[in-house]
Design a protein. Structure first.
Lengths: 334, 252
């Protein structure tokens, strides 16, 4: 083998070695990042909804990556079981009563599983343990609440708009207070009259003071009323007379009462006339008979007029009335 | 028309016979190790500067060009992931294969066809050396080894270029860049890259050797062979890329 060939072989060997070294380095970095070469064990958890969690996604504990998702499958109708591989060296810090949650590494980032909680005195997790899951802060639920907030805000602002418009337009008590000048002047007036009232009240109280002073002094009718015994005796006698008068009036009323009672009874003429319905009916009958007899009399009288014995008298009477009418006409013309 | 069709199928038959002969000669002794190493030196080592520069530029420029569109979302922190996926899954094997088919295809095609024209191949046969084994098998083996190696270089240097482009704008440490790079890709991406590079290497070697070995006589044939080697290998690289992408999509 010549020297040149030897050199060439070395260069080719180096070339291939470095190229392969790059590949192998890549493989090892990848392996160490995916925790393929660290000691791990599996634990499981289950969720009703994994929201697009993928095999190979990260598992975080206190914000530190402690493992990856190894497998996702359906457990039963409600639950999806997620198998995670957890590094042994991190496992001692994760407690058996820790809770798993779905999270994401950023607002629109990949889904991850976040292990949190766990009490101090609970033992550390071991292989094939099951961790309970908690419902994560759901983006959709959050958005729904936000939406509700927005709607309420919108309503509140519309109400405020209306209130402020009312204030500007002078509607309502506050509005008119703000804008109505007439109201202001009337308010001023009423304040003024209130002050007048107060002034007169003042004088009234001073008068009252005067009056009570007078009452206390031994002058005037009221004082006499309150103190003089003679006046009281005469007052009593006049009250007794008043009582007598009222007794007489009472007797009068009793008599009147008795009289009207008699009117109501049927054992006298007026009472019968007023109270007995049969008397009323008979009276009505009498009146009807009278009616028919007068009608018949009327017919008789008409028949009498057309009788030949009396016709001449009636004609004559007619002519006289005519003549009298014409005479009266002539007189009126002249 | 019929003649064209006949020549088309004859070509297919020739290619088939060529490939069969290659596999037969590959497994039967004697083995031309020295020649393979020489060809690795010629093909791989001598292409390294060209391909390294290309890979660096691809990584650097790709990162710079992707930055504005990711900036729109405020997602520049995802640039390392984007670069790693782009370079490892697609760019590294493809760029290497295209540069190599330009450089190696023309080199091998012209070399073999000029040997053919000057009847050196016949002379070799007369002198008792198997020209197919000595010329063809060694070259195809050399490309099949060299191009994956070159691809790894390109991937490494391309990622480095991407990092330098990023670091010129962001204050990003080398370690955190590579952590993000390897967070996004998986083993299957690495194996797909290796597989692609091997297929491309074999394709470039085989196509270039075929075009050179069966070139037409005369000086004109040398140019034609070199041209055909480059065009056919580039074209086939793209066809294979499509097929491999489809197969990987089905596997995943």
């Amino acid at each position: 083998m010549s020297k040149a060939e030897n050199k060439r072989a070395v260069i080719v060997g180096l070339f291939v070695f470095i190229g392969l070294a790059i590949l192998i380095a890549g493989i090892f970095i990848l392996g160490s990042q995916q925790k393929k070469f660290t000691k791990t064990f599996e634990i499981t958890t289950s969720f009703p909804d994994v929201a697009g969690l993928k095999v190979g996604s990260n598992v975080w504990f206190s914000g530190v990556k402690v493992g990856i998702i190894k497998n996702i499958h359906f457990k039963n109708l409600q639950d999806v079981e997620v198998v995670m591989t957890i590094e042994e060296k991190s496992a001692e810090y994760i407690r058996k009563d820790a809770i798993t949650k779905l999270g994401s590494d950023g607002l629109i980032g990949n889904k991850i599983i976040v292990i949190s909680g766990g009490s101090q005195n609970a033992p550390s997790i071991e292989a094939n343990d099951f961790l309970r899951s908690a419902k994560a802060a759901d983006m959709e639920a959050m958005m729904e609440t936000l939406q509700l907030n927005n709607q309420n805000l919108a309503k509140i602002t519309t109400d405020f708009v209306e209130i402020s418009r009312g204030l500007v337009e002078g509607r309502g008590v506050v509005g008119s207070l703000l804008t109505d000048t007439a109201l202001v002047s009337s308010l001023q007036q009423s304040l003024r009259s209130i002050s007048q009232v107060m002034a007169s009240a003042n004088t009234a109280t001073s008068n009252l003071v005067l009056l009570t002073d007078k009452l206390n002094s031994k002058k005037g009718l009221v004082h006499d009323l309150a103190t003089d015994t003679a006046v009281f005796a005469s007052l009593r006698s006049s009250a007794a007379q008043l009582q007598g008068v009222s007794q007489t009036a009472n007797a009068l009323m009793t008599n009147l009462n008795a009289a009207s009672n008699k009117l109501n009874n049927k054992d006298n003429a007026i009472g019968t006339l007023i109270n007995d319905p049969t008397v009323g009916n008979e009276l009505r009958e009498v009146v009807r008979n009278l009616n028919t007899s007068t009608a018949k009399l009327d017919q008789n009288m008409e028949a009498l007029q057309s009788n030949f014995l009396l016709r001449g008298f009636f004609k004559k009477k007619e002519k006289e009335t005519k003549k009298a009418n014409q005479q009266a006409l002539k007189d009126s013309i002249q | 028309m019929l003649n064209k069709l006949r020549s088309f199928f004859t070509e297919f038959a020739n290619i088939h016979r060529f490939l069969l002969r290659f596999w037969r000669e590959l497994v039967t002794p004697p083995y031309e190790f020295k020649e393979i190493i020489r060809q690795c030196f010629e093909i791989g080592w001598k292409s390294l500067p060209l391909i390294s520069v290309t890979g660096f530029i691809v990584g650097f420029v790709f990162t710079k060009q992707s930055r504005p569109s990711l900036e729109e979302f405020g997602a520049t922190s995802w640039l390392p992931s984007l670069i790693s996926i782009a370079i490892v899954r697609a760019l590294a094997p493809l760029v290497t294969a295209l540069i190599a088919s330009g450089k190696i295809g023309s080199q091998v095609g012209a070399e073999l066809s000029s040997m053919n024209v000057t009847e050196q191949i016949d002379a070799m046969e007369v002198s008792g050396t198997n020209p197919f084994k000595f010329l063809i098998v060694s070259r195809i083996i050399a490309t099949t080894i060299s191009i994956p190696i070159l691809t790894f270089y390109v991937a490494g240097i391309g990622l480095l270029g991407g990092y330098l482009s990023l670091a010129s704008k962001d204050d990003l440490s080398f370690l955190s860049f590579f952590t993000q790079v390897f967070e996004t890709i998986g083993y299957q991406d690495l194996w797909a890259m290796v597989f692609r590079a091997v297929v491309f290497g074999f394709t470039i070697g085989a196509v270039s050797c075929y075009c050179g070995y069966y070139s037409s006589k005369g000086t004109e044939g040398v140019g034609k062979a070199a041209n055909a080697a480059v065009v056919a290998s580039m074209f086939l690289v793209f066809i294979e890329e499509i097929i491999i992408v489809q197969i990987l999509a089905i596997i995943n």
